[in-house]
Design a protein around this ligand. Structure first.
Ligand SMILES: [Zn+2]
Length: 368
């Protein structure tokens, strides 16, 4: 039977899959590759530019069903990046010197993550995409240009499968290093599609705004995503590969914070409930929590280690922390000494957002 499923192995030291929250000065990453990120990579392989993609390619590629297996979720990490934006920026030449042109942004990455992506569609298209990935026209990267892949993207040949889940179960899980512990389960994120038995998306379906309608200017529509847990091991749903993917090397000596940890999730929820789901700083609805200490991060947190914050205040605090050389103890937004600094950072972020929005509007008018 002709192959209807293309597999991509997305693995590297750094990956970054921006979602709709990834805008302006703080660019976050999703926990897994987004559909727009994967489609962007395919367009690069085909040699289709951003403006060209809108003419016919995006509807065709957006209709592919996508499933992602989170073989190694990775660790979140930060970097900074300068961008030109016509703003006055302090420069290194000395106190009080400013230069127009560049501003600092913060960028989040997933370190050492590994994903298996399955794309399903009409066999003719799948063959065309596989050929393009074998001989890409432009350089391929994992979400951001600074993120090269460390393994062949086409590690597994295209094949025929009845559905996405069957495809993701068929590829064995591979240890990276001999001493890496294998998890008891791996998560999958699968496109949800209506069936005759289930015409409406179930309550637990997630909504990801990452189906690209246009890359230039960026516009996305939502899709439903279902999370499935697959058991691993000899008798599990996902088999184990015999050999590790790479030879044994020393691991970097840093602790791995595990935000997927159930204990952490519980503590986080307790903190949000305790704060009535309001930002401790500005009383807007809280969507994040701030670790004021990382001493017990990764599942042993106590409620007092966390503070509920809205996204804006959290971004403000995160930007303040950057460059302060803080260790395990971080900014406590309740302490009066941070108050004015956080307010000023918040204003900066709001100002930059409006500037960037204006720039985008101008850019859209220019192409028309
Ligand atoms: Zn707030």
């Amino acid at each position: 039977m002709s192959a209807n499923t293309l597999f991509l192995r997305l693995e590297g030291p750094l990956q970054a899959w921006g979602d709709q929250q990834s805008k302006f000065v703080i660019r976050r990453t999703s926990e897994a590759p987004t559909k727009s990120g994967v489609i962007g990579m395919i367009c690069a392989a085909l040699g289709i530019s951003r403006p060209e993609a809108g003419d016919g390619w995006l509807p065709k590629l957006g209709a592919l069903r996508m499933g992602v297996r989170l073989d190694r979720p990775g660790v979140r990490w930060w970097d900074y990046h300068t961008v030109g934006a016509g703003m006055q920026m302090r420069i290194a030449e000395g106190e009080g010197k400013f230069k127009p042109g560049a501003i600092l942004t913060r960028r989040e990455y997933l370190c050492d993550a590994s994903f298996l992506v399955a794309l399903q569609g009409e066999p003719g298209l799948i063959a065309q995409l596989e050929a393009a990935m074998k001989a890409p026209k432009w350089t391929l990267y994992l979400g951001r240009k600074s993120c090269p892949p460390s393994r062949p993207l086409l590690e597994h040949p295209a094949c025929h499968f009845p559905d996405l889940l069957a495809a993701l179960q068929a590829v064995p899980w591979r240890q990276r290093l001999k001493k890496d512990q294998r998890p008891p389960t791996v998560d999958c994120l699968l496109d949800w599609e209506p069936t005759s038995e289930q015409p409406e998306a179930p309550d637990e379906a997630l909504i990801w705004y990452d189906v690209p309608l246009s890359f230039d200017p960026p516009a996305h529509q939502p899709r439903f995503v279902m999370r499935r847990e697959l058991r691993m091991g000899v008798d599990g749903e996902v088999k184990l590969a015999d050999k590790p993917a790479q030879n044994d090397t020393l691991r970097p000596p840093r602790p791995r914070a595990d935000y997927g940890n159930t204990e952490y999730k519980k503590r986080r929820q307790e903190r949000l409930d305790h704060d009535h789901k309001l930002c401790l700083f500005c009383k807007s609805p809280a969507t994040t929590v701030q670790h004021i200490t990382y001493r017990r991060a990764g599942g042993n947190e106590e409620m007092d280690d966390l503070r509920s914050l809205c996204r804006l205040c959290h971004d403000g605090v995160t930007m303040l922390e950057y460059g302060l050389g803080m260790g395990l103890d971080r900014i406590n937004p309740e302490e009066p000494r941070w108050r004015d600094l956080i307010i000023r950072k918040r204003e900066k972020i709001i100002e930059f957002r409006s500037l960037e929005t204006r720039r985008r509007r101008l850019a859209a008018e220019e192409v028309e």
